[in-house]
Design a protein around this ligand. Sequence first.
Ligand code: ASP
Length: 349
Amino acid sequence: MSKLSRRNFMKTGLAIGASSFIFKASPLLPAQPEKKIIAIASSNGLKATERAMELLRQGADPLDAVIAGVNLVEEDPEDTSVGYGGLPNEEGEVELDASVMHGPTHNAGAVAALRGIKTPSKVAKLVMERCDHALLVGEGALKFAKAHGFKEENLLTERAREIWLRWKETLSERDNWFPPKSEKLPAEVKSFVDAYGTINCLALDSQGNLAGVTTTSGLAFKLPGRVGDSPIIGAGLYVDNDIGAAGSTGRGEANLLNCGSFQVVNFMAQGYSPEEACLRTLQKIAEKTKYQPHLLDKDGLPRFGLNFYALNKKGEFGAASMWSGAYYAVHDGRENKLREAAYLFKRKK
Ligand code: ASP
């Protein structure tokens, strides 16, 4: 497997430089490090980091801030990878996974394969706060949400239904479903086969407290009941308030086998920068993929996408992707923008 590229290490160095402490000069008082407030997210999370930052500035708890951020994406019918409008399982049912973790109390909650509720991240927080369990799934998660006043709704938008129907109709020529005669398979549908997509959002507040959330509709056209990495604490999300926070998007199965977010936080505990911690975790996962030949391309490299996002206690942040070309959203207190993620392997043109 390839070594971490020089370019990545150089980028890491720059990232640390850019995010090191800023000291306020005062003629009377000794210089004090400015308290950093940071929100980062996957590339579909610019409006989430914007909202999270607004709330952090008002003194909100970092978990409330990130949940309010991702709620905007969960409720957005246009994002086909999260919440309402998410692509369904192979039977046309939208099933959602989400987890939340709160640094100051080292507590977490999650739901998996939850149907009918637009904002699974809110239900995950209630699991954390209002019951003695950490993870509820399926029917039990829905009953719990309804007990707390959530309304059961149809999460399948017309767009998601049409994409699913074309997928189903073009799956095989030996079944009983036919696509419309005049229509070729729209490019859009092709791009959703094997499609993953999720939002992860992490925040650091002015008190140095960390929190995170990961929420998703999971793998498009999955088997009913399939649970990805997003609701699994240690895989799709992990927060250690003394060290840092990490989360993931991409092929959940590969992450589940390697407890990726926990690995990222562990690497940060060993002194690696957030970006290096993400890269080292991806490298471990890439190495373990050799045991699963069906997931390797003809060059013996992982033929799937996987991304990690990380934020440490000092306010340094970074992200890395298995393959080049990925971005992530960062609000660093001054500006909110997409930044290029580091990567393990360069995509061939
Ligand atoms: N990681 C998610 C899952 O496997 C999907 C994704 O991030 O695209 O369910």
